[in-house]
Design a protein around this ligand. Structure first.
Ligand code: HSE
Length: 400
């Protein structure tokens, strides 16, 4: 029996314990040995919980027990998860994590530590919840040169945008409803401002470039400015608005960004609705492939953590390959990417806007204003033009 510990007995941590218990026979066969939770680390006590007796409050109780071979870190946040993970890896204990903040901030350092101590730092659950993405990039697409990754990586914002599209409701109304149902956090900033998706695309971009893409370098725009009116136009155009996290290999480097984008109904990501996530990968031999599923939630995320536990059990004393160097990957200017732009202006600015943008296509859908779609241009060129158009109500990038 392999002894494991869970750090953080919240939603995902308790899901990990549940998955290990409910699927213990399948897991034992696949891991080659049974896996048992010996400890649960949490600040709280859980009176009446079936695992109450396994709860400890001092991390050293776990780290000093030489029987513990694998830790599931489901605490979230950088500290103390970073310190605890380092201490575990230094002792040769493998760590499986769902913690995207920590992976995005310190992934290569922790991977290096795992390598030095012949154990593993695995992070399947940190991006796309239960969708096997990290393993797909690391183990499956190994004959490919990945040229671009475009994904819906945040369930909360996808739920909000789907509701806005279906019901014609405004952002604030849908956000409140999502909070009431527990789909959005009380403090929704990390989701709605795109920070969560930014960390996830930083991780995927790093795996793609094999160097470190720092999340701070990724231009990030959330969905708080998207309105019910924007969806009226989107519908008329046969499009929807999705929060996309993107990373692209250019001729000279890499570019990454997170922003709401109008997607045409023929795009594979158009039909990805509600809390679902999907990642659309373009690589040079396979061409397009897409990975779809539940990107959040207790059991889907826990399942991904446990899949890493099985991987660790299969490779005790050995480090599995994950190429992610500490060296910084500089990003190119996202403003050089080409888009079409959807723009709304008050009706009395229509002539000025049309003469400014030349071959733009007019879209009339609401009183007192007009919408139009520009020709293809870089963001830099667009920003130069709209300097002359202070009347602009809003603009959304349009996928070409
Ligand atoms: N807040 C995240 C989301 C949870 O909505 O996708 C999963 O990382």
């Amino acid at each position: 029996m392999i002894q494991a510990a869970v750090f953080g007995y919240g939603t995902v941590g308790s899901g990990v314990v549940q998955v290990l218990e409910e699927n213990k026979k399948e897991i034992a066969v696949r891991a080659g040995e049974g896996i048992e939770v010996k400890y649960i680390l949490d600040l709280r006590d859980f009176p009446g919980d079936p695992y109450e007796s396994k709860v400890v409050h001092d991390v050293n109780t776990i780290l000093e027990d030489s029987q513990v071979k694998i830790i599931c870190e489901t605490m979230g946040g950088v500290e103390p998860a970073f310190t605890f993970s380092k201490k575990a890896l230094e002792r040769g204990i493998s760590v499986c994590t769902s913690n995207k903040e920590l992976v995005a901030a310190h992934g290569p350092e922790l991977l290096q530590l795992a390598k030095e101590n012949k154990c593993n730092y695995l992070f399947e659950a940190s991006v796309g919840g239960g969708i096997p993405l990290i393993r797909t990039i690391n183990y499956s697409l190994t004959a490919e040169r990945i040229e671009s990754i475009m994904g819906i990586l945040n369930g909360t914002t996808n739920y909000i945008l789907t509701k806005m599209a279906k019901e014609g409701a405004d952002f604030d109304v849908v956000l409140k409803e999502a909070q009431a149902k527990g789909y959005a956090e009380k403090n929704p900033e990390a989701d709605v401002e795109g920070y969560d998706a930014c960390r996830k695309i930083a991780i995927l971009s790093s795996l793609m470039s094999r160097k470190t893409v720092q999340y701070e370098d990724i231009y990030t725009e959330g969905i708080t400015k998207i309105s019910a009116q924007d969806f009226v136009y989107a519908k008329k155009l046969g499009r929807s608005v999705k929060l996309l996290a993107m990373s692209k290999k250019t001729e000279t480097g890499y570019v990454a960004m997170v922003a709401p984008v109008m997607l045409q109904d023929s795009h594979p990501l158009f039909g990805v609705n509600d809390v679902f996530n999907a990642v659309f990968v373009h690589s040079n031999m396979l061409d397009d492939s897409m990975y779809y599923g539940r990107g959040a939630g207790k059991l889907p995320t826990a399942s991904a953590v446990v899949s890493d536990v099985v991987d660790c059990a299969r490779h005790l004393g050995k480090t599995v390959t994950c190429i992610w160097e500490n060296e910084k990957q500089e990003l190119e200017d996202y403003q050089n990417l080409p888009w079409k732009f959807f723009v709304r202006v008050p009706a009395d600015a229509k002539d000025k806007a049309m003469s400014l943008f030349g071959d733009a296509t007019l879209i009339e859908a609401l009183p007192d204003e007009v919408g139009f779609m520009t020709a293809e241009m870089t963001e830099k060129a667009f920003n130069n033009l709209v300097k002359e158009l202070p009347e602009m109500i809003t603009r959304i990038r349009v996928n070409i």
